[in-house]
Design a protein around this ligand. Structure first.
Ligand code: FES
Length: 231
C-alpha cells in the first residue's frame, strides 16, 4: 500500500482517498468542518488546512499521493485554524450552553480541540430570526457555519433542493427554496438526509431536543477525532 507522512507518521492510503480521509482512517484526526464522508469534498471552511512542501492546502481536497510530507500538528496551523473557528463563532450567534446540539456539535467540538476559549474578534450579533413555521422542524439560522451540507444533501440525496446559500462574504446566509422564505412552504421532509446532516444546531426536529442528557453526548465522552472510540 502506498503511503505519505503526516507529522512524521506513515499514513497508508488507497487510490482516490484525500489526505484528510487517509489521515482519519489511520487514526490521525485533522480538524475539519465542511467535509463529510458521504459527500464530495467542498473545501470551503479551510479548517482542515495542512502544510505540504511549504504550501497551505485544504487536506479534504488534496488527493493522497505517495511520498507527500504533510504537516498538521504545528503551532502555525493551530493558530490558523483557531482564527477560522473564532471567526465562525463571532459571525453567528452561538449560545452553546442552551443549544440542543451542545455535545453533538462539530463546531463546538473543534473549538475545544483547538483550545478556542474566547471569541477573539468583535462579536457581530447578526439578526437572524428562527423559522419555526414547519410542523416538524425548526430552522435556527443563528448557528449556521455555511458548510452547505444541508444544501448538498437536499439536492444530491433527497432530490428536493430545499436549501441554498445566498449573498457573498459577510452577507452570505442560508435560505430556503420557497417564495415565502419559510421552511413550511418547501418540500423538505423530516426524514430527509438534509435534516440529519447538519453538523451544528441549525436544523432540528421539534419535540426531540435534549433527548440525550448533557454529559452523555458524543463529544462529552470523547474529544473531536475520537468519536465512537473507547476512551
Ligand atoms: Fe476541508 Fe472544510 S473540511 S475545507
Amino acid at each position: 500500500m502506498s503511503s505519505f507522512t503526516l507529522d512524521g507518521h506513515d499514513v497508508p492510503f488507497t487510490e482516490g482517498q484525500s489526505v484528510l480521509q487517509a489521515a482519519l482512517a489511520a487514526g490521525h484526526p485533522i480538524p475539519h468542518l465542511c467535509a463529510h464522508p458521504e459527500f464530495k469534498a467542498h473545501g470551503s471552511c479551510r479548517v482542515c488546512t495542512v502544510k505540504v512542501n511549504g504550501r497551505m492546502v485544504a487536506s479534504c481536497t488534496l488527493p493522497a499521493a505517495a511520498g507527500l510530507a504533510v504537516e498538521s500538528e504545528t503551532q502555525e496551523l493551530k493558530e490558523l485554524r483557531q482564527g477560522l473557528v473564532q471567526l465562525l463563532f463571532v459571525e453567528g450567534n452561538h449560545f452553546c450552553p442552551s443549544c440542543e446540539k451542545s455535545g453533538e456539535c462539530k463546531l463546538q467540538a473543534v473549538g475545544y480541540a483547538l483550545d478556542v476559549r474566547t471569541p477573539h474578534f468583535p462579536q457581530l450579533f447578526p439578526d437572524r430570526p428562527v423559522d419555526a413555521s414547519h410542523p416538524d422542524l425548526i430552522l435556527d439560522f443563528n448557528r449556521c457555519i455555511l458548510c452547505e451540507l444541508c444544501v448538498r444533501a437536499s439536492a444530491e440525496v433527497d432530490g428536493r433542493h430545499a436549501f441554498a446559500l445566498s449573498g457573498r462574504g459577510l452577507t452570505k446566509h442560508l435560505i430556503v427554496n420557497a417564495e415565502s422564505g419559510l421552511l413550511k412552504d418547501t418540500s423538505v421532509a423530516v426524514t430527509d438526509t438534509a435534516v440529519t446532516v447538519c453538523p451544528v444546531g441549525v436544523i432540528l426536529k421539534k419535540g426531540k431536543g435534549f433527548a440525550v442528557p448533557i454529559g452523555q453526548r458524543t463529544y462529552d465522552k470523547a474529544a473531536f477525532g475520537f468519536e465512537g472510540k473507547k476512551p
